[in-house]
Ligand binder design. Structure first.
Ligand SMILES: Cc1ncc(COP(=O)(O)O)c(C=O)c1O
Length: 367
């Protein structure tokens, strides 16, 4: 086999495909000077709402803001408790804290997704929201989680890693009270800078959110509530609309790549491959295997010119920033065991069969 260098992600091929249209779209923004909440933002919001199958989409500055504002607009107040999985990116926990609420961590299932039984264990009369994180590109069991918490508790999806994913035919971002998503450049739907959005089927949540993101009001110098400044740039909306039109095709390529990894790596000793949970259509934001001797495997892949990642090296309760929660090793056994074994392999729509064969060969050698 010829040696290949395989980056962990490569956004070139997506950019090349839209480059000319991006240039034209950006020229139009520069000409109009509608840099903030220009008409391209509303156009993208409409398109993304329709794509997700919800009534409302509001563009915001980034995914962390999207989650914070979605929680606030869904009724989370200072002093409330919000349940999140212990294995998420730190932003999910930050968003809860910035909404003034207490972070309550729960464990996950074998697919890395929030476990409804663990949610039930952590439910108290102060719980006002739960955040299922659709980690790595597939959706958590939102319907069972909603059932576990009951009708008085908001379900706010963290859809940052799952644009386009479906569960029982319904898109990520359409199953909860509201959802926050991130268009950070490396996401399946990535902008050319920071960007995010909230989707919701609730007119009330959408109305509140439109104010929260824009200094508390929708008209200049009218401030009905205490808000903030978190709006989607017009420039980012241009890029996102162009990419949204191609998202299903690009996600299809990710699925093909996941199938190829599975065929190449199936049955390898000491290796657990990720699976698609029943009812889900996965969009493979990340392809995360589990391997006992992770350090050795990662070093061997690095040696072979293959980029890898660990998402995430430490669960939230073992991060120094969250030590004040009093969490200890052993609190969330499934999350902790996964954290010591997970390894993300290169995954992006333009990855070639030869590159994947090279990754597999390097990994199988070390196993
Ligand atoms: C699961 C998850 N939640 C939240 C975020 C926060 O998004 P952002 O980086 O756009 O603030 C990210 C991505 O970075 C994420 O992966």
């Amino acid at each position: 086999m010829t040696s290949e260098t395989v980056p962990f992600v490569n956004l070139d091929h997506m950019h090349d495909e839209i480059a000319e249209e991006v240039d034209a779209g950006l020229s139009e923004v520069l000409r109009s000077k509608a840099f903030v909440l220009g008409p391209q933002v509303a156009a993208f919001e409409q398109a993304y709402a329709a794509y997700c199958g919800v009534q409302h989409c509001l563009g915001v500055g980034n995914g962390t803001d999207a989650l914070e504002l979605a929680l606030r607009a869904s009724g989370v107040r200072p002093g409330d408790e919000v349940i999140i999985p212990a294995n998420t990116f730190v932003a999910t926990a930050e968003a809860v804290l910035r909404a003034g609420a207490k972070v309550v961590l729960a464990d996950v299932d074998d697919d890395f997704l929030l476990d409804p039984a663990s949610v039930r264990e952590h439910l108290t009369e102060r719980t006002t929201a739960v955040v299922p994180v659709h980690l790595y590109g597939q959706m958590a069991q939102v319907e069972l989680i909603a059932e576990a918490v009951g009708p008085g508790v908001a379900v706010v999806e963290d859809a940052a890693q799952s644009q386009g994913a479906r569960r029982h035919g319904r898109r990520s971002g359409s199953l909860g009270t509201a959802a926050g998503t991130s268009f950070y450049p490396g996401k399946n739907l990535g902008a050319y800078g920071d960007a995010g959005a909230v989707t919701t089927g609730s007119a009330e949540v959408a109305e509140h959110l439109a104010k929260l993101r824009n200094h508390g009001g929708v008209r200049r110098y009218e401030h009905d509530v205490i808000g903030t400044n978190s709006r989607l740039d017009t420039v980012q909306a241009v890029v996102l609309s162009l990419k949204l039109a191609r998202l299903d095709r690009w996600n299809g390529r990710r699925r093909d790549a996941a199938d190829r990894y599975a065929a190449l790596l199936e049955g390898a000793p000491g290796l657990t491959l990720p699976r698609t949970a029943p009812g889900n259509e996965h969009v493979w934001h990340l392809y995360v295997v589990q391997v006992e001797e992770r350090g050795k495997a990662q070093a061997a892949l690095d040696e072979a010119g293959v980029g890898t990642g660990i998402h995430y090296p430490a669960p939230i309760h073992l991060l120094p920033a969250f030590s004040y929660l009093g969490g200890r090793a052993g609190d969330h056994p499934v999350v902790e065991r996964q954290a010591s074994r997970i390894l993300s392999l290169p995954m992006f729509p333009g990855i070639t069969a030869a590159q994947q064969e090279w990754v597999a060969e390097a990994l199988l050698n070390v196993l």
